[in-house]
Design a protein around this ligand. Structure first.
Ligand code: SF4
Length: 196
């Protein structure tokens, strides 16, 4: 049972979303089409934290749509999960131009929104997609080739959870080896869920 009621958490998330809609804390507010706040159940046990919206996400205001969404949904199935069960968010709520990596000052400016989401939802697990997301949550640089595919204890914004770092699904599109590693990681995650 979640410590807070579902309605209360939804209200907190709605307030944060309104803040994001008018946010001008970093340069990205000038170039975005719309914010991509996050989507999923307010009381989800599992959260996905990725890096930033891409082109289609920016157009539609939802994370992981189009080909990227299809790819993620297929990976979630490998872990025995349905997309509707997980809450999906990004570190940045606005798209960086030309899909470049988030800059440190943008991550810092957007941090209160991610902190607010995690401390409201209080997930038991977070799947971090990509080294930037894993690094933000762990508070240190992450070498994904060494650290992907295992559960580690993590505390962020006063909330403790198990973190599962893995590659960003977009990396799997370009490299066959990364694609296989991603599929293995999600399969392993499914096995880990059965044991906890
Ligand atoms: S990326 Fe985050 S901090 Fe920057 S303008 Fe958008 S909501 Fe604000």
């Amino acid at each position: 049972m979640h410590p807070q009621g579902k309605n209360e958490i939804e209200k907190v998330l709605e307030k944060l979303k309104s803040k994001a809609e008018t946010c001008q804390r970093c340069r990205l507010h000038k170039t975005k089409t719309r914010i991509v706040f996050g989507v999923g159940p307010a009381t989800a046990d599992i959260m996905i934290v990725s890096e930033a919206p891409g082109y289609w996400e920016d157009q539609r205001g939802e994370p992981f749509v189009g080909a990227a969404g299809k790819n993620l949904n297929a990976l979630l199935l490998q872990a025995g999960l349905k997309r509707e069960e997980v809450y999906i968010a990004n570190i940045l709520k606005c798209r960086p131009p030309a899909n470049r990596d988030p800059l440190p000052d943008e991550i810092e400016a957007c941090r209160p929104l991610l902190e607010g989401q995690i401390s409201a939802i209080k997930p038991k697990f977070i799947i971090a997609l990509g080294r930037i997301s894993a690094g933000e949550l762990l508070g240190r640089p992450v070498t994904m080739s060494k650290e992907h595919g295992s559960l580690v204890d993590c505390t962020y914004a006063g909330t403790s959870f198990k973190l599962f770092p893995t590659y960003h699904p977009a990396a799997g599109i370009y490299s066959g080896r990364t694609k296989l590693e991603l599929q293995n990681d999600f399969r392993k995650l499914g096995e880990m869920f059965k044991k906890v």
